[in-house]
Design a protein around this ligand. Structure first.
Ligand SMILES: [Zn+2]
Length: 456
């Protein structure tokens, strides 16, 4: 029995939460645990109540939404049902990039909001805010969804992730203490992977023996390939949670075979946290319907039927500091009417396509994670509206860039400075400016494309 896990779960974690003044975390946890078993009609009614509250708030306090509603001839009070709601235009990434100040609620002080940014699903860097209460409810959602995999606060968690600090969200000494206390001890930074690093990670995991591994889908697949090739059979967590990238069926099969545990796929993004995730029923992904309203619509904006593919549109029901109302996240999924054997009534969905990235292999033998490049290279260069990195031969990549008006020489200089940091000195590159980057016929947007056959 893991006694330390119990001490963390029942003493260290609650004290840590109280120290930070995040009392409401416990309330959210109670609410979310109960909500997931409510009857479907009650879930719908609760969402509609929260939607009404959010729409009125956004109309009253966000200049962007007020002019949007007015231009469309809409008032929050005139929106009576989901079909009325679909008349509200989408909030696109471009809208956010061009209207950030007008999206922040005027009854919030900007200094009280928490800024964040993302590489996004399309490589377009995006800046946005959460109010502090939303940060707490997002943490509660993550804890609940982790529990579905058998993992509880206090259990050991390892990570295969694009950045060490990203997993706890806290940098510096505080982050180090937090990771130590909460036992997210073994983290493989998969922003670039070498065989030496993978070998080292095998040793670390043998010692650490995590209950669960939270991983970029492509990265843990590469790790599974390495373990299979090298006969590593003694890494055996109770669960693996994959996220950040689309998980392909053949990847799931290999990961489950090598590590002899179930994979729990999760769909989320930094802007709204967990969107949907698998439970032990593995019948699809349960939508986080207590904090999000998720729609699936065709290219004409009409709701698609269960089983049909649609654009995923998300409304965050709880981020009042900067409302995301009908946010077009640029992923594709389908709603499902399946009833999950786990007994949870949160609606199910299937993921179809989203962030699709290849690893880029460098001349010195590193594999650089495409998902990490979106977040840590491109989103740090100001003014890039969209980007795609294409590797045609081992020592050459092309950056296709859609520049925004704020893309300056300094941004270009920063990109040029970062390229050798990520790809090594031996990588040649070209930069071409384009007006747009088309999606694949499948609807996927490929941020990185490697034509040389990486193992990812
Ligand atoms: Zn379920």
């Amino acid at each position: 029995m893991d006694i330390y896990a119990g001490i963390v779960r029942y003493a260290v974690h609650p004290l840590w939460v109280l120290k930070d003044g995040k009392w409401s975390l416990f309330r959210y946890l109670r609410e979310f645990e109960e909500f997931q078993y409510r009857d479907p009609q009650t879930i719908k009614e609760s969402q509609w109540k929260k939607l009404n509250r959010l729409m009125s708030h956004a109309y009253e306090n966000c200049p962007f939404y007020r002019s949007r509603f007015d231009a469309a001839g809409l008032k929050p009070s005139s929106i009576q049902d989901p079909s009325d709601f679909r008349r509200i235009p989408f909030l696109t990434k471009k809208d956010i990039q061009e209207n950030l100040p007008a999206l922040v609620a005027t009854n919030y002080n900007l200094n009280d909001l928490v800024p964040n940014k993302t590489g996004g699903s399309t490589g377009s860097p995006l800046h946005y805010y959460h109010d502090r209460e939303r940060i707490i409810s997002m943490e509660a959602s993550a804890i609940r969804h982790d529990r579905w995999t058998g993992y509880k606060v206090g259990d050991k968690m390892a990570g295969i992730w694009g950045s060490r600090t990203d997993l706890s969200g806290v940098r510096g000494w505080k982050g180090r203490i937090q990771r130590l206390l909460f036992r997210s001890g073994a983290i493989l930074d998969s922003s670039s992977i070498t065989d030496e690093r993978l070998a080292h990670f095998v040793e670390v995991l043998r010692e650490f023996k995590p209950k669960s591994i939270l991983a970029y889908a492509n990265s843990v697949y590469v790790f599974a390939q390495y373990c299979k090739e090298h006969g590593v059979r003694d890494i055996h967590p109770a669960s693996i949670i994959t996220s950040a990238e689309v998980l392909h069926d053949h990847e799931r099969v290999l990961i489950e075979e090598v590590f002899r545990c179930k994979v729990f796929n999760r769909y989320g993004c930094r802007e709204v946290s967990v969107i949907a995730s698998e439970c032990s029923g593995h019948s699809g992904l349960h939508i986080n319907a207590d904090t999000l309203y998720v729609e699936f619509v065709d290219d004409n904006g009409q709701a698609v039927s269960p089983g049909q593919q649609g654009n995923i549109i998300i409304t965050d029901l709880l981020n009042f500091g900067m409302p995301f109302l009908r946010y077009k996240i640029e992923d594709i999924g389908s709603p499902s009417e399946t009833v999950c054997p786990c007994g949870r009534t949160l609606p199910l969905m299937q993921m179809v396509a989203g962030r699709t990235t290849d690893f880029i292999v460098t001349p010195d033998g590193k594999r650089v994670s495409g998902a990490a490049l979106t977040i840590y290279l491109i989103s740090n260069v100001p003014g890039i509206r969209q980007a795609q990195i294409i590797q045609d031969v081992l020592d050459h990549v092309t950056f296709k860039i859609v520049p925004g008006p704020e893309f300056k020489d300094s941004g270009l200089a920063l990109l040029k400075q970062k390229v050798p940091e990520f790809f090594g000195e031996g990588m040649r590159y070209d930069i071409t400016y384009v007006d747009s980057i088309p999606k694949e016929p499948s609807g996927k947007y490929r941020f990185t494309i490697s034509k040389i056959g990486s193992r990812g």
